[in-house]
Design a protein. Structure first.
Lengths: 296, 262
């Protein structure tokens, strides 16, 4: 009877040469904020669209003493987040956490945590389509030229069309930003609610698009401006009710359907933020009081 | 060496302009000068090199030999020596290009207002109200009803598309407009109104126009001067009335004689 050899992975799955290649792309991306650096994206053991770009960036920057947090739409416990966290636990053996403050590397899909990020943290975005001009100009040769010449009139045509059709800028996610006064960048499909958090952020922000083979970055404390018109300034979404569980105001809320008779509640999309607030004793209209207090 | 800007100095100069497609001739050895506010027609049959010449003049094609000079604020500049950024700025501010096929000159998925406003936004307009007001006024000038401003050009007739294309190009008040068969494919009554519109807008703006057409009636109606091309060469040039009323070359005589009298 033969014994199957145990599978051993290189630290964080990718081989060292690949990680060096990705690190070179990351360094270039940091040197030219908002510029899309091509890189030789690898096949990962997950399908495109599940964060192959983000995973490769995380693999390239992860060290043995890093603490990793992975969120998907703000949540630590959805499939994508659990799978990627488990992947790095198995291949790198790093510590993982759901607490934003404790993490040194946070990989995210479609959200920026509500808790303000601090210097020394790295936020890694999973990006499906890195090119902000893509749906206006399908030719890659042409979009590169437009970026090279900072010829961004087209971007405002899109915003103009929004206002003329809907009376206001109806783009609510993947809202284009100008980085450090030069490159226009797609911040990945985060809600525009999160756009202001990118501006002057003390943490390093890295963006990885696996299928499109691009890496770009916002270095710490970089000016990030959402595009707009003078008479139609950029605005974030507003919610008229607080989080139903923790009562938080001014956070991004998800709709949760409660029954089949139209019952619904709005709760924090950032699960860690919601949980820590409830642990601190905050209670929303539908939230249960913390254990040990109130109801028997 | 900056020459003073005066109406006596040419706006665009071509010297010995040639373009070969392999061994075949696109156009060869063309010299021309266009003055501010002047309308120059280039006529000739299909394959005579008219469109090649227009592409060369508008820097869409690189010449095999010869050069094109354009009078900028700092004097005559060789267009091949411009940087890509300068060239694009020129294309979207001082130049216009009205194409035969409106689908090539318009963004078909963008509303009429967006089409007219694109050049304004490209040169830095950032006030929605101002852009909208300017687009509305230009739609009015090209006789497109104000309530069509949010419709996209796919919902427009051929004549309307062509007028929208003209508004989109003239909104930055260009000094030079290239037109490639702007009335091609339109029926005769629509053609007549379009020509009338082009003539009045161009004279209002004082823009120079280089118009390529195979239709001698269009040339007669719009242009001050005319160039007749055949086999890639200019065979006759002069004042429009003079050339059309008293053609010297046998080929020009043939062209003039082949126009059907209405």
């Amino acid at each position: 009877m033969t014994v199957m050899p145990a599978i051993t992975y290189n630290f964080a799955y990718l081989d060292e040469q690949t990680k060096r290649m990705i690190r070179r792309a990351i360094l270039k991306a940091i040197a030219i904020p908002g510029y899309q650096v091509p890189f030789a994206s690898r096949e990962m053991p997950m399908p495109y669209g599940w964060g192959t770009g983000g995973v490769q960036v995380t693999a390239a920057i992860l060290g043995a003493d890093d603490v990793l947090k992975v969120i998907d739409q703000g949540s630590d416990d959805t499939t994508n987040a659990v799978a990627i966290r488990g992947f790095f636990k198995a291949t790198a053996g790093v510590a993982t956490t759901t607490r934003t403050q404790e993490a040194t590397v946070i990989q995210t899909r479609h959200r920026i945590p509500e808790t303000a990020l601090t210097a020394g943290q790295v936020l890694v975005y999973q990006v499906p389509i890195p090119e902000p001009l893509r749906f206006l100009e399908p030719r890659e040769t042409e979009t590169r030229k437009l970026h090279g010449l900072a010829d961004y009139g087209l971007m405002h045509v899109k915003l103009y069309e929004d206002i003329s059709r809907h009376g206001h800028i109806a783009t609510t996610y993947a809202y284009p930003v100008a980085v450090a006064g030069r490159y226009v960048m797609d911040p990945s499909p985060i809600p525009k609610f999160d756009n202001p958090k990118m501006d002057d952020c003390p943490a390093l922000q890295l963006f990885g698009a696996g299928r499109e083979q691009r890496i770009y970055a916002i270095p710490p404390h970089t000016r990030v401006v959402s595009l707009d018109f003078e008479d139609h300034p950029f605005e974030v979404q507003r919610f008229d009710k607080p989080c139903a569980l923790c009562g938080a105001q001014d956070v991004y809320l998800d709709e949760v359907i409660l029954d089949d008779r139209g019952g619904r509640m709005f709760v924090c999309s950032d699960t860690d933020h919601c949980e820590s607030r409830r642990a601190d004793g905050h209670v929303g209209p539908l939230g249960a009081p913390p254990p040990g207090k109130g109801k028997p | 060496m900056a020459a003073p800007l005066s109406d006596e100095a040419p706006l665009l100069v071509a010297e010995g302009l040639s373009r070969l497609y392999g061994a075949r001739i696109g156009c060869t050895d063309v010299d021309l000068e266009v003055y501010p506010g002047e309308v120059l027609a280039v006529v000739g049959e299909s394959g005579s090199g008219k469109s090649t010449l227009l592409s060369l003049l508008s820097t869409e094609l690189a010449p095999t030999s010869g050069r094109v000079l354009y009078r900028m604020d700092n004097g005559l500049r060789d267009l091949s020596a411009l940087s890509e950024a300068e060239r694009r700025l020129l294309l979207r501010t001082q130049w216009g290009f009205v194409r035969q096929n409106a689908e090539q000159g318009l963004r078909m998925a963008v509303s009429a207002g967006g089409n007219v406003g694109e050049r304004l936004m490209a040169v830095g307009w950032r006030n929605y109200g101002d852009i909208r007001a300017e687009a509305t006024s230009w739609l009015d000038r090209v006789e497109i009803a104000a309530d069509r401003i949010d419709d996209d050009p796919r919902a427009f007739s051929g004549g309307m598309r062509q007028r929208l294309q003209i508004a989109r190009n003239l909104v930055t008040r260009p000094r030079l407009v290239f037109m490639d068969e702007p009335t091609g494919g339109l029926d005769v009554s629509v053609q007549a109104r379009l020509l009338d519109l082009i003539r009045s807008l161009v004279s209002d703006l004082g823009a120079a126009v280089i118009i390529v057409t195979h239709d001698l009636a269009v040339a007669r109606l719009l242009s001050h001067r005319i160039m007749v091309m055949r086999h890639g060469r200019v065979i006759e040039a002069g004042l429009t009335d003079q050339v059309l009323d008293d053609p010297q070359e046998p080929y020009t005589q043939l062209l003039v004689a082949s126009v059907l009298a209405a």
